[in-house]
Design a protein around this ligand. Structure first.
Ligand code: NFS
Length: 661
């Protein structure tokens, strides 16, 4: 019998096989053993009150069937779905709240180990908020920005501030359909209220509130998080790094930062280079300290410092199974509780660091931004102490791949014309001419229910072959990084002729790593800039662009998919639909949303079909915009893209220092 591949990643599969040999269970084994509950999986189980749970199965599986209270299947499926959006929005936004309070603490001089790193970005954000910045002390501006952004969470009336960054027409659609989010917490709270027993029963109405809540995530929580992280730690620019399990070093202390909140990870990066820390590691017999990342905390420090990544969600257990991880800090989100138990079979210390997220079997060292360096040093020393306990066991892997990451929206703008002519004109022109067929945001988790990372890899490869520029984030980026896809050479070897030319001219990979999952908000900013640039659509809707999350599993991914749909982007998710039980809910999320917003949310498990659907959406959008029909290798004439040499020339002529926007 042919062996079932659990991960599409060769190195991951090697560790899984080693684990099987040593009787060590992973999420892949558990996924095989625990099949999804077929009732809950499709949205057909109502458990919001205790008369039930009511299950819509068998003779009760029709649209007009009713639970004990009389709720229909479409009501139940849309309520369940709205709760997923609310949870995803809460996760991104509570992270954003932490970032906003950190900014406030820094601006008030209470968190002395941090500073405002990117003043230019601070001013840009102050500008969006109509906060005066010229001639004022930086910390005063930062405090005003922090206070104002914090208000977005508890605002009761009015609008979330960053909605004004969307194209006017996009905003008008939101107004027309009554989905303008007021305050982030208000929308999440109202979602929970409306879905409790006996409140909102109209599927369309429930789902519209889902879109409003999701917009509070995309244009609220996520965008706030991205902007503040850039202000505090720097706006990313291209950086070279490495990915996969070979990043761990046999002769150094390996400390992994895992989770989503970059604040502690940033300070660990800062102090790990201190001579005292290195001397401490050496005193324990190691040659130095080697930092690595996992999931989105990895993406944050990869984007800004080139810290190597060991990969995404399904790699967290496998990383420990290399036997080389001396300590792993986990903050919050996407952390499998299994790692605490697993770590006992090795020498790895798991350290929880957030007061919001604890785990039996882990050590807790609560992070406090007021004593940041002290805590970071404590953690590093703990990892060093534990280096001596390293055992021989483990599936040591030496393979690693080069990565170019760090594509913030500011850098993407800059790379198309330099500091003085930064714009999206070249990209718009390349799309108009058919050199670039369109763009896809490839995002979301990796998943042990499919050959993990395989769907990301398949789609990334096929899309660039078809001249589609890929913007990747989150574990989608990690899936591509850990197989060497995030390099300029990828364009030379695999991209279609038009996309290859564009990538060569600018010197970029055809798959651009934009950051963590909150950084999907960067794609909203890019789409808005492309609309403002002209020549394509004058709103986000109607652009030759699609969002794909082929291996999603988190509620956060659902919130992301919905804010893209509400913003006008058709979105295709892999796997079974969580509303499959109701034809009506499926129709609303595809047809009705498309009529109103030109966005939609589909679920399609077959990757070939996902690809075909995405290309079809892109080609239809091109047709509607009356652009040249896409034909591989046949382009119209557009303005010559500014190449590296020309850009350097401009920089030289302008100023000796380079800022990216
Ligand atoms: Ni996004 Fe990042 Fe990964 Fe999925 Fe989890 S790490 S926030 S939710 S699993 S992409």
């Amino acid at each position: 019998m042919e062996k079932v591949v659990k991960s599409a990643n060769k190195e991951a599969e090697q560790i899984i096989e080693w684990g099987e040999l040593h009787k060590i269970e992973t999420c892949f084994d558990r996924a095989e053993r625990l099949k999804p509950c077929p009732i809950g999986e499709t949205g057909a189980c109502c458990r919001i009150c205790h008369i039930g749970p009511c299950r819509f199965v068998g003779r009760n599986a029709e649209e007009e069937a009713r639970g004990v209270c009389g709720a229909t299947l479409p009501t139940v499926a849309s309520r369940n779905f709205l709760r997923m959006i609310a949870a995803g929005t809460a996760a991104h936004s509570d992270h954003a709240r932490d970032m906003a309070f950190t900014l406030l603490a820094v601006a008030s001089g209470e968190a002395k180990d941090f500073k405002i790193t990117d003043v230019r970005k601070l001013y840009r954000v102050a500008g969006y908020l109509n906060i005066e910045f010229e001639g004022r002390p930086v910390n005063d501006v930062a405090r005003d920005v922090a206070v104002r952004l914090i208000e977005n969470f508890g605002r009761q009336k009015g609008e979330i501030d960053f909605l004004s960054r969307a194209p006017k027409k996009t905003q008008e659609r939101w107004k027309k359909w009554g989905i303008v989010p007021r305050g982030i917490d208000r929308e999440v709270c109202e979602a929970m209220h409306r879905t409790s027993i006996g409140v909102d029963h109209d599927p369309d109405h429930l789902l519209l509130h889902g879109l409003r809540t999701a917009l509070a995530d995309g244009w609220g929580g996520s965008m706030i998080s991205t902007d503040i992280t850039d202000i505090l730690f720097g706006t990313p620019q291209p950086v070279k790094a490495e990915a996969s399990f070979g990043i761990f070093k046999e002769d150094e202390v390996n400390l992994v930062v895992h989770g989503h909140e970059p604040t502690l990870a940033e300070i660990i990066v800062a102090v790990a280079d201190e001579p005292e820390m290195i001397a401490y590691a050496v005193s324990k017999g190691a040659k130095g300290i080697n930092l690595g990342g996992m999931c989105c905390t990895a993406n944050e420090v990869l984007m800004r410092h080139g810290i190597p990544t060991a990969g995404g969600f399904t790699n967290q257990e496998l990383g420990i199974m290399t036997g080389l991880v001396d300590a792993m800090t986990v903050d919050y989100q996407c952390i499998m509780p299994a790692i605490a138990e697993l770590s006992k079979k090795f020498h790895t210390k798991i350290i929880t660091t957030s007061e919001k997220a604890k785990m039996p079997g882990a050590i807790h060292i609560g992070f406090d931004e007021h004593r940041a360096k002290e805590i970071a040093r404590e953690i590093i020393m703990l990892a060093c102490d534990n280096y001596q306990n390293r055992k021989k066991e483990g599936s040591h892997i030496t393979d690693k791949f080069p990565v170019i990451a760090g594509f913030s929206h500011e850098y993407i703008e800059y790379m198309q014309g330099g500091r003085w002519r930064a714009s999206f004109r070249p990209l718009n022109d390349a799309i108009i001419a058919g050199r670039v067929r369109g763009a896809v945001g490839l995002a979301g988790c990796d998943n042990p229910r499919v050959p993990a990372t395989g769907l990301h890899r398949f789609l990334a490869m096929e899309l660039i072959k078809n001249d589609v520029l890929v913007l990747s984030t989150g574990c989608g980026s990690a899936a591509c990084a850990t197989v060497g896809y995030l390099t300029p050479e990828m364009a030379l070897e695999n991209a279609g002729p038009g996309l290859r030319e564009v990538c060569e001219a600018i010197g970029i990979p055809p798959i651009l790593h934009l950051g963590s999952c909150v950084d999907n908000s960067r794609i909203l900013t890019i789409a808005s800039a492309m609309a403002a640039e002209g020549g394509l659509s004058d709103e986000i809707a109607g652009m030759p662009a699609v969002g794909i999350a082929p291996e999603w599993m988190s509620e956060k991914a659902i919130a992301i998919g919905c804010y893209f749909a509400a913003s006008g982007v058709p979105v295709i998710f892999g796997g079974e639909s969580p509303v499959a039980a109701s034809k009506e809910v499926t129709r609303i999320m595809t047809e009705v949303w498309f009529e109103r917003f030109k966005g939609a949310l589909h679920f399609e498990p077959d990757p070939e079909k996902i690809l075909a659907m995405a290309l079809d959406y892109i080609d239809k959008a091109r047709e509607a915009l009356k652009l040249k029909k896409y034909e591989p290798g046949k382009f119209g004439t557009e303005k010559v893209l500014m190449d590296m040499a020309a850009r350097r020339e401009i920089e030289r002529a302008a100023k000796p220092h380079i800022g990216i926007y």
